[in-house]
Design a protein around this ligand. Structure first.
Ligand code: TRP
Length: 449
Protein backbone atom coordinates (compact mmCIF):
# COMPACT_ATOMS: atom_id res chain seq x y z
CA UNK A 1 0.00 0.00 0.00
CA UNK A 2 2.81 2.42 0.72
CA UNK A 3 5.17 3.52 -1.94
CA UNK A 4 6.36 6.33 0.22
CA UNK A 5 6.69 7.08 3.88
CA UNK A 6 6.83 10.60 5.19
CA UNK A 7 10.22 11.84 6.26
CA UNK A 8 10.40 12.88 9.92
CA UNK A 9 9.96 16.55 9.19
CA UNK A 10 7.52 15.76 6.41
CA UNK A 11 5.28 13.93 8.84
CA UNK A 12 5.27 16.73 11.39
CA UNK A 13 4.55 19.27 8.68
CA UNK A 14 1.80 17.21 7.11
CA UNK A 15 0.04 16.71 10.43
CA UNK A 16 0.60 20.36 11.33
CA UNK A 17 -0.74 21.24 7.89
CA UNK A 18 -3.83 19.23 8.68
CA UNK A 19 -4.25 20.79 12.09
CA UNK A 20 -3.55 24.38 11.10
CA UNK A 21 -6.35 25.59 8.91
CA UNK A 22 -9.58 27.51 8.86
CA UNK A 23 -10.21 26.22 12.36
CA UNK A 24 -7.41 28.40 13.67
CA UNK A 25 -7.72 31.43 11.48
CA UNK A 26 -11.42 31.66 10.72
CA UNK A 27 -13.32 29.61 13.30
CA UNK A 28 -11.38 30.17 16.49
CA UNK A 29 -11.53 33.98 16.42
CA UNK A 30 -15.20 34.18 15.52
CA UNK A 31 -16.25 31.48 17.96
CA UNK A 32 -14.36 33.31 20.67
CA UNK A 33 -16.21 36.45 19.62
CA UNK A 34 -19.66 34.93 19.76
CA UNK A 35 -19.05 32.74 22.81
CA UNK A 36 -17.95 35.55 25.07
CA UNK A 37 -14.17 35.60 24.90
CA UNK A 38 -11.84 34.30 27.62
CA UNK A 39 -14.14 31.67 29.11
CA UNK A 40 -14.34 29.91 25.78
CA UNK A 41 -10.59 30.24 25.23
CA UNK A 42 -9.87 28.79 28.65
CA UNK A 43 -12.03 25.71 28.16
CA UNK A 44 -10.54 25.22 24.71
CA UNK A 45 -6.95 25.44 25.98
CA UNK A 46 -7.72 23.16 28.89
CA UNK A 47 -9.26 20.56 26.58
CA UNK A 48 -6.30 20.68 24.20
CA UNK A 49 -3.96 20.09 27.10
CA UNK A 50 -5.65 17.26 28.94
CA UNK A 51 -7.70 15.55 26.24
CA UNK A 52 -6.50 16.81 22.86
CA UNK A 53 -2.87 15.81 23.12
CA UNK A 54 -3.71 12.35 24.51
CA UNK A 55 -6.12 11.70 21.68
CA UNK A 56 -3.66 13.00 19.14
CA UNK A 57 -1.23 10.42 20.49
CA UNK A 58 -3.97 7.76 20.47
CA UNK A 59 -4.81 8.38 16.82
CA UNK A 60 -1.18 8.41 15.78
CA UNK A 61 -0.71 5.15 17.57
CA UNK A 62 -3.55 3.34 15.80
CA UNK A 63 -2.31 4.52 12.42
CA UNK A 64 1.35 3.93 13.07
CA UNK A 65 0.89 0.46 14.56
CA UNK A 66 -1.02 -0.80 11.54
CA UNK A 67 -0.04 1.35 8.52
CA UNK A 68 -3.57 0.82 7.26
CA UNK A 69 -6.70 2.78 6.42
CA UNK A 70 -8.88 3.52 9.44
CA UNK A 71 -11.35 0.66 9.01
CA UNK A 72 -8.61 -1.91 8.45
CA UNK A 73 -6.63 -0.46 11.34
CA UNK A 74 -9.47 -0.92 13.83
CA UNK A 75 -10.08 -4.37 12.41
CA UNK A 76 -6.46 -5.42 12.76
CA UNK A 77 -6.02 -4.18 16.31
CA UNK A 78 -9.32 -5.46 17.71
CA UNK A 79 -9.37 -8.91 19.33
CA UNK A 80 -10.70 -11.79 17.22
CA UNK A 81 -14.19 -11.90 18.66
CA UNK A 82 -14.96 -8.22 18.27
CA UNK A 83 -13.36 -7.26 14.98
CA UNK A 84 -16.72 -6.82 13.28
CA UNK A 85 -17.91 -4.29 15.82
CA UNK A 86 -14.70 -2.31 16.17
CA UNK A 87 -14.25 -2.14 12.45
CA UNK A 88 -17.29 0.14 12.40
CA UNK A 89 -15.29 2.66 14.39
CA UNK A 90 -13.11 3.17 11.35
CA UNK A 91 -16.06 4.49 9.40
CA UNK A 92 -15.79 7.68 11.42
CA UNK A 93 -13.59 8.74 8.51
CA UNK A 94 -16.71 9.48 6.49
CA UNK A 95 -17.70 12.29 8.81
CA UNK A 96 -14.87 14.04 6.96
CA UNK A 97 -17.06 14.29 3.88
CA UNK A 98 -19.63 16.20 5.90
CA UNK A 99 -16.98 18.51 7.35
CA UNK A 100 -15.66 19.12 3.88
CA UNK A 101 -19.02 20.41 2.64
CA UNK A 102 -18.93 23.64 4.62
CA UNK A 103 -15.14 23.72 4.83
CA UNK A 104 -14.82 23.95 1.06
CA UNK A 105 -17.48 26.66 0.94
CA UNK A 106 -15.30 28.75 3.23
CA UNK A 107 -12.23 27.96 1.16
CA UNK A 108 -14.25 29.40 -1.72
CA UNK A 109 -14.74 32.60 0.27
CA UNK A 110 -10.98 32.73 0.87
CA UNK A 111 -10.35 32.32 -2.87
CA UNK A 112 -12.73 35.15 -3.62
CA UNK A 113 -11.03 37.37 -1.07
CA UNK A 114 -7.67 36.54 -2.60
CA UNK A 115 -9.11 37.69 -5.89
CA UNK A 116 -10.35 40.89 -4.26
CA UNK A 117 -6.93 41.40 -2.70
CA UNK A 118 -5.33 41.28 -6.12
CA UNK A 119 -7.82 43.86 -7.33
CA UNK A 120 -7.17 46.07 -4.30
CA UNK A 121 -10.91 46.03 -3.70
CA UNK A 122 -11.17 46.16 0.08
CA UNK A 123 -12.77 49.02 1.99
CA UNK A 124 -10.94 50.75 4.78
CA UNK A 125 -14.21 51.54 6.51
CA UNK A 126 -15.29 48.61 8.65
CA UNK A 127 -18.99 49.11 7.95
CA UNK A 128 -18.36 49.07 4.21
CA UNK A 129 -16.18 46.01 4.68
CA UNK A 130 -19.00 44.32 6.54
CA UNK A 131 -21.51 45.20 3.84
CA UNK A 132 -19.22 43.71 1.23
CA UNK A 133 -19.10 40.40 3.06
CA UNK A 134 -22.77 40.29 3.97
CA UNK A 135 -23.70 41.13 0.39
CA UNK A 136 -21.38 38.46 -0.93
CA UNK A 137 -22.92 35.77 1.27
CA UNK A 138 -26.47 36.96 0.91
CA UNK A 139 -26.71 37.76 -2.76
CA UNK A 140 -23.70 36.71 -4.74
CA UNK A 141 -24.70 33.09 -5.21
CA UNK A 142 -23.04 32.45 -8.56
CA UNK A 143 -19.63 33.72 -7.51
CA UNK A 144 -19.85 31.58 -4.39
CA UNK A 145 -20.90 28.50 -6.31
CA UNK A 146 -17.99 29.01 -8.67
CA UNK A 147 -15.47 29.62 -5.89
CA UNK A 148 -16.76 26.55 -4.04
CA UNK A 149 -16.36 24.51 -7.22
CA UNK A 150 -12.78 25.67 -7.50
CA UNK A 151 -12.13 24.72 -3.87
CA UNK A 152 -13.54 21.23 -4.37
CA UNK A 153 -11.59 20.71 -7.58
CA UNK A 154 -8.30 21.88 -6.11
CA UNK A 155 -8.74 19.76 -2.98
CA UNK A 156 -9.72 16.57 -4.71
CA UNK A 157 -7.17 16.85 -7.49
CA UNK A 158 -4.39 17.02 -4.92
CA UNK A 159 -5.93 14.08 -3.08
CA UNK A 160 -6.12 12.21 -6.37
CA UNK A 161 -2.42 12.74 -7.04
CA UNK A 162 -1.69 11.01 -3.76
CA UNK A 163 -1.29 12.92 -0.62
CA UNK A 164 2.25 12.21 0.33
CA UNK A 165 4.65 13.71 -2.18
CA UNK A 166 2.57 16.76 -2.93
CA UNK A 167 1.60 17.67 0.58
CA UNK A 168 4.98 17.25 2.07
CA UNK A 169 6.45 19.83 -0.28
CA UNK A 170 3.64 22.35 -0.19
CA UNK A 171 3.57 22.36 3.60
CA UNK A 172 7.29 22.78 3.81
CA UNK A 173 7.08 26.12 2.04
CA UNK A 174 3.74 27.52 3.02
CA UNK A 175 3.47 26.79 6.70
CA UNK A 176 6.59 28.81 7.52
CA UNK A 177 5.33 31.59 5.24
CA UNK A 178 2.00 31.67 7.06
CA UNK A 179 3.77 31.88 10.39
CA UNK A 180 5.95 34.76 9.20
CA UNK A 181 2.96 36.71 7.88
CA UNK A 182 1.10 36.26 11.12
CA UNK A 183 4.08 37.35 13.16
CA UNK A 184 4.27 40.51 11.03
CA UNK A 185 0.57 41.12 11.54
CA UNK A 186 0.94 40.46 15.24
CA UNK A 187 3.79 42.95 15.42
CA UNK A 188 1.62 45.52 13.76
CA UNK A 189 -1.33 44.82 16.01
CA UNK A 190 0.81 45.14 19.14
CA UNK A 191 1.47 48.71 18.04
CA UNK A 192 -2.27 49.44 18.02
CA UNK A 193 -3.84 50.97 21.14
CA UNK A 194 -6.53 48.28 20.96
CA UNK A 195 -4.07 45.43 21.51
CA UNK A 196 -4.58 45.48 25.26
CA UNK A 197 -8.30 45.21 24.86
CA UNK A 198 -7.93 42.27 22.50
CA UNK A 199 -5.60 40.61 24.96
CA UNK A 200 -8.07 41.01 27.80
CA UNK A 201 -10.91 39.82 25.64
CA UNK A 202 -9.07 36.58 24.90
CA UNK A 203 -7.56 35.94 28.30
CA UNK A 204 -9.83 37.39 30.99
CA UNK A 205 -12.36 34.80 31.83
CA UNK A 206 -15.76 35.36 33.17
CA UNK A 207 -17.01 31.97 34.29
CA UNK A 208 -20.59 33.09 34.24
CA UNK A 209 -20.29 32.97 30.47
CA UNK A 210 -19.66 29.23 30.48
CA UNK A 211 -22.84 27.28 29.85
CA UNK A 212 -23.36 23.80 28.47
CA UNK A 213 -23.27 25.07 24.92
CA UNK A 214 -20.03 27.04 25.32
CA UNK A 215 -18.51 23.99 26.93
CA UNK A 216 -19.50 21.68 24.11
CA UNK A 217 -18.43 24.17 21.44
CA UNK A 218 -15.04 24.62 23.09
CA UNK A 219 -14.50 20.88 23.44
CA UNK A 220 -15.69 20.30 19.88
CA UNK A 221 -13.46 23.03 18.61
CA UNK A 222 -10.38 21.64 20.29
CA UNK A 223 -11.04 18.39 18.41
CA UNK A 224 -11.68 20.24 15.18
CA UNK A 225 -8.55 22.34 15.36
CA UNK A 226 -6.31 19.37 16.16
CA UNK A 227 -8.01 17.31 13.42
CA UNK A 228 -8.91 14.57 15.89
CA UNK A 229 -11.99 12.40 16.07
CA UNK A 230 -12.40 11.29 12.47
CA UNK A 231 -9.23 9.43 11.57
CA UNK A 232 -7.34 12.11 9.65
CA UNK A 233 -4.32 11.90 11.93
CA UNK A 234 -4.66 8.12 11.96
CA UNK A 235 -4.50 8.02 8.19
CA UNK A 236 -1.42 10.24 8.00
CA UNK A 237 0.27 8.29 10.77
CA UNK A 238 -0.19 5.12 8.76
CA UNK A 239 2.42 6.56 6.42
CA UNK A 240 4.84 7.63 9.11
CA UNK A 241 8.03 5.76 9.83
CA UNK A 242 7.80 3.16 12.59
CA UNK A 243 10.48 5.08 14.42
CA UNK A 244 8.28 8.14 14.78
CA UNK A 245 8.46 9.72 18.23
CA UNK A 246 4.73 9.96 18.58
CA UNK A 247 4.46 11.88 21.82
CA UNK A 248 7.12 14.40 20.92
CA UNK A 249 5.51 15.05 17.54
CA UNK A 250 2.07 15.40 19.12
CA UNK A 251 3.37 18.08 21.47
CA UNK A 252 5.05 20.01 18.66
CA UNK A 253 1.90 19.89 16.57
CA UNK A 254 -0.42 20.93 19.38
CA UNK A 255 1.91 23.81 20.25
CA UNK A 256 2.10 25.05 16.67
CA UNK A 257 -1.63 24.77 16.23
CA UNK A 258 -2.45 26.59 19.45
CA UNK A 259 0.08 29.33 18.79
CA UNK A 260 -1.35 30.07 15.36
CA UNK A 261 -4.89 30.21 16.77
CA UNK A 262 -3.94 32.58 19.58
CA UNK A 263 -1.90 34.81 17.30
CA UNK A 264 -4.74 34.90 14.78
CA UNK A 265 -7.18 35.75 17.56
CA UNK A 266 -5.01 38.51 19.00
CA UNK A 267 -4.39 40.03 15.59
CA UNK A 268 -7.96 39.95 14.40
CA UNK A 269 -9.42 41.33 17.62
CA UNK A 270 -6.81 44.10 17.83
CA UNK A 271 -7.77 45.14 14.33
CA UNK A 272 -11.46 44.86 15.08
CA UNK A 273 -11.39 46.75 18.38
CA UNK A 274 -9.29 49.40 16.73
CA UNK A 275 -12.25 50.17 14.51
CA UNK A 276 -15.31 49.24 16.55
CA UNK A 277 -16.25 48.19 20.05
CA UNK A 278 -18.26 45.02 19.75
CA UNK A 279 -16.57 41.65 19.56
CA UNK A 280 -19.35 39.37 18.32
CA UNK A 281 -19.15 39.24 14.57
CA UNK A 282 -19.86 35.66 13.65
CA UNK A 283 -18.43 33.83 10.64
CA UNK A 284 -17.70 37.11 8.87
CA UNK A 285 -15.10 38.23 11.39
CA UNK A 286 -12.01 37.26 9.41
CA UNK A 287 -13.53 38.62 6.22
CA UNK A 288 -14.48 41.97 7.71
CA UNK A 289 -11.82 43.04 10.20
CA UNK A 290 -8.71 42.05 8.29
CA UNK A 291 -9.60 43.37 4.82
CA UNK A 292 -10.51 46.73 6.39
CA UNK A 293 -7.15 46.98 8.09
CA UNK A 294 -5.33 45.91 4.93
CA UNK A 295 -7.14 48.66 3.02
CA UNK A 296 -6.06 51.22 5.61
CA UNK A 297 -2.45 50.24 5.06
CA UNK A 298 -2.46 51.28 1.39
CA UNK A 299 0.15 49.76 -0.86
CA UNK A 300 1.88 47.66 1.78
CA UNK A 301 -1.56 46.56 2.89
CA UNK A 302 -2.40 45.23 -0.53
CA UNK A 303 0.86 43.33 -0.67
CA UNK A 304 0.29 41.79 2.76
CA UNK A 305 -3.34 41.02 1.99
CA UNK A 306 -2.33 39.04 -1.08
CA UNK A 307 0.27 37.09 0.84
CA UNK A 308 -2.16 36.58 3.68
CA UNK A 309 -4.98 35.13 1.61
CA UNK A 310 -2.53 32.96 -0.32
CA UNK A 311 -1.17 31.54 2.91
CA UNK A 312 -4.66 31.00 4.35
CA UNK A 313 -5.69 29.28 1.11
CA UNK A 314 -2.82 26.87 1.48
CA UNK A 315 -3.39 26.32 5.18
CA UNK A 316 -7.02 25.53 4.38
CA UNK A 317 -6.22 23.25 1.47
CA UNK A 318 -3.65 21.23 3.37
CA UNK A 319 -6.37 20.69 5.97
CA UNK A 320 -9.07 19.91 3.44
CA UNK A 321 -6.90 17.24 1.88
CA UNK A 322 -6.48 15.55 5.23
CA UNK A 323 -10.24 15.62 5.73
CA UNK A 324 -10.85 13.91 2.39
CA UNK A 325 -8.04 11.37 2.33
CA UNK A 326 -9.30 8.97 5.02
CA UNK A 327 -12.55 8.15 3.16
CA UNK A 328 -10.68 7.78 -0.12
CA UNK A 329 -8.15 5.51 1.49
CA UNK A 330 -10.88 3.24 2.90
CA UNK A 331 -12.81 3.05 -0.35
CA UNK A 332 -9.83 2.34 -2.55
CA UNK A 333 -8.20 -0.18 -0.20
CA UNK A 334 -11.22 -2.16 0.81
CA UNK A 335 -13.69 -1.96 -2.01
CA UNK A 336 -11.54 -2.18 -5.10
CA UNK A 337 -12.83 1.14 -6.34
CA UNK A 338 -10.25 3.07 -8.33
CA UNK A 339 -8.81 6.22 -6.82
CA UNK A 340 -10.17 8.27 -9.68
CA UNK A 341 -13.68 6.96 -9.24
CA UNK A 342 -13.65 7.47 -5.48
CA UNK A 343 -12.31 10.99 -5.87
CA UNK A 344 -14.91 11.95 -8.47
CA UNK A 345 -17.85 10.51 -6.54
CA UNK A 346 -16.88 12.13 -3.24
CA UNK A 347 -16.07 15.42 -4.93
CA UNK A 348 -19.54 15.53 -6.45
CA UNK A 349 -21.24 14.72 -3.16
CA UNK A 350 -19.22 17.31 -1.29
CA UNK A 351 -19.88 19.89 -3.97
CA UNK A 352 -23.63 19.38 -4.01
CA UNK A 353 -24.17 19.30 -0.26
CA UNK A 354 -21.78 22.24 0.10
CA UNK A 355 -23.77 24.13 -2.52
CA UNK A 356 -26.91 23.68 -0.45
CA UNK A 357 -25.04 24.85 2.63
CA UNK A 358 -23.91 27.91 0.75
CA UNK A 359 -27.44 28.63 -0.43
CA UNK A 360 -28.69 28.41 3.13
CA UNK A 361 -26.72 31.59 3.85
CA UNK A 362 -28.26 33.40 0.88
CA UNK A 363 -31.21 35.73 1.39
CA UNK A 364 -33.26 34.04 -1.28
CA UNK A 365 -32.98 30.51 0.06
CA UNK A 366 -32.25 30.89 3.74
CA UNK A 367 -35.85 30.36 4.81
CA UNK A 368 -36.20 27.13 2.89
CA UNK A 369 -32.87 25.86 4.20
CA UNK A 370 -33.22 26.77 7.84
CA UNK A 371 -34.30 24.06 10.21
CA UNK A 372 -35.14 25.07 13.73
CA UNK A 373 -32.49 27.31 15.21
CA UNK A 374 -29.85 26.95 12.47
CA UNK A 375 -29.54 27.02 8.73
CA UNK A 376 -28.01 24.08 6.89
CA UNK A 377 -24.53 25.60 6.89
CA UNK A 378 -24.57 25.99 10.67
CA UNK A 379 -26.12 22.56 11.20
CA UNK A 380 -23.35 20.87 9.22
CA UNK A 381 -20.74 22.71 11.23
CA UNK A 382 -22.49 22.05 14.54
CA UNK A 383 -23.31 18.42 13.91
CA UNK A 384 -19.79 17.50 12.80
CA UNK A 385 -17.78 19.66 15.19
CA UNK A 386 -19.88 19.37 18.31
CA UNK A 387 -21.27 15.85 17.90
CA UNK A 388 -19.41 13.60 15.44
CA UNK A 389 -15.87 14.59 16.42
CA UNK A 390 -16.43 14.21 20.17
CA UNK A 391 -18.14 10.85 19.58
CA UNK A 392 -15.22 9.80 17.37
CA UNK A 393 -12.86 10.89 20.12
CA UNK A 394 -14.67 8.76 22.69
CA UNK A 395 -14.46 5.71 20.41
CA UNK A 396 -10.73 6.26 19.86
CA UNK A 397 -10.12 6.73 23.58
CA UNK A 398 -11.95 3.55 24.55
CA UNK A 399 -10.28 1.56 21.80
CA UNK A 400 -6.77 2.66 22.67
CA UNK A 401 -7.35 2.72 26.41
CA UNK A 402 -9.07 -0.62 26.85
CA UNK A 403 -8.98 -2.71 23.69
CA UNK A 404 -5.39 -2.48 22.50
CA UNK A 405 -3.33 -4.34 25.12
CA UNK A 406 -1.35 -2.10 27.43
CA UNK A 407 1.97 -3.72 26.59
CA UNK A 408 1.40 -2.91 22.94
CA UNK A 409 0.70 0.78 23.57
CA UNK A 410 3.56 0.96 26.05
CA UNK A 411 5.98 -0.45 23.54
CA UNK A 412 4.76 1.84 20.75
CA UNK A 413 5.35 4.87 22.95
CA UNK A 414 8.63 3.61 24.34
CA UNK A 415 10.82 6.00 22.42
CA UNK A 416 9.01 9.18 23.44
CA UNK A 417 7.37 8.69 26.85
CA UNK A 418 8.78 7.72 30.23
CA UNK A 419 6.70 5.66 32.66
CA UNK A 420 5.23 8.63 34.47
CA UNK A 421 4.04 10.36 31.34
CA UNK A 422 2.72 7.07 30.03
CA UNK A 423 0.64 6.66 33.19
CA UNK A 424 -0.78 10.14 32.81
CA UNK A 425 -1.53 9.50 29.18
CA UNK A 426 -3.23 6.20 29.87
CA UNK A 427 -5.28 7.79 32.61
CA UNK A 428 -6.41 10.51 30.26
CA UNK A 429 -7.27 8.06 27.49
CA UNK A 430 -9.07 5.67 29.82
CA UNK A 431 -10.93 8.06 32.08
CA UNK A 432 -10.66 11.78 31.42
CA UNK A 433 -11.22 11.75 27.66
CA UNK A 434 -14.13 9.32 27.36
CA UNK A 435 -15.91 10.30 30.57
CA UNK A 436 -15.24 14.01 30.33
CA UNK A 437 -16.32 14.30 26.73
CA UNK A 438 -19.36 12.09 27.31
CA UNK A 439 -20.50 14.27 30.20
CA UNK A 440 -20.12 17.42 28.11
CA UNK A 441 -22.10 15.83 25.27
CA UNK A 442 -24.90 14.53 27.49
CA UNK A 443 -25.04 17.80 29.33
CA UNK A 444 -25.69 19.76 26.17
CA UNK A 445 -28.16 17.21 24.85
CA UNK A 446 -30.20 17.78 27.99
CA UNK A 447 -30.01 14.14 29.02
CA UNK A 448 -28.34 15.07 32.27
CA UNK A 449 -31.21 17.32 33.20
N1 TRP B 1 -7.88 21.08 11.84
C1 TRP B 1 -8.28 21.72 10.63
C2 TRP B 1 -8.54 23.18 10.91
O1 TRP B 1 -8.33 23.62 11.99
C3 TRP B 1 -9.48 21.08 10.00
C4 TRP B 1 -9.34 19.61 9.89
C5 TRP B 1 -8.42 18.94 9.16
C6 TRP B 1 -10.10 18.64 10.57
N2 TRP B 1 -8.57 17.59 9.34
C7 TRP B 1 -9.59 17.40 10.20
C8 TRP B 1 -11.13 18.74 11.44
C9 TRP B 1 -10.14 16.23 10.74
C10 TRP B 1 -11.66 17.59 11.97
C11 TRP B 1 -11.17 16.35 11.64
O2 TRP B 1 -8.95 23.90 10.05
Amino acid sequence: MHTHYFSRLGFILAVAGSAIGLGNIWKFPYMTGTMGGGAFVLVYLFTVLIVGISLLVAEMLIGNLTSKDTVSAFEELAPKNSKKIWKLGGFMAFSGLLILTFYSVVIGWIFYYLFLAFGNSFYSDIKASENLFVGFLGNDIWTQLFAHLLAVIVTFSIVYKGVKQGIEKINLILMPLLIVIFLLLLGYSISLPSFGKAFHFLFDYDFSKINSETLLMAVGHSFFTLSIGMGAIMTYSASASKKTKIFRDAIIIALLDTTIALVAGLTIFSFLFNAIDEPAKGPGLLFIALPAIFAQMDFVGQFISILFFIAVSFAAITSAISIAEPSISITTNRYKISRLKAVVIFAIIVYLVGALALLSNATEFSNALTFGSKNLFDWLDYFTTAILLPVGGIIIAIFVGYIIPKNVTRKALDNSMNDTIFKFWLFSVRYIAPIGVAIVLLNESGLLG
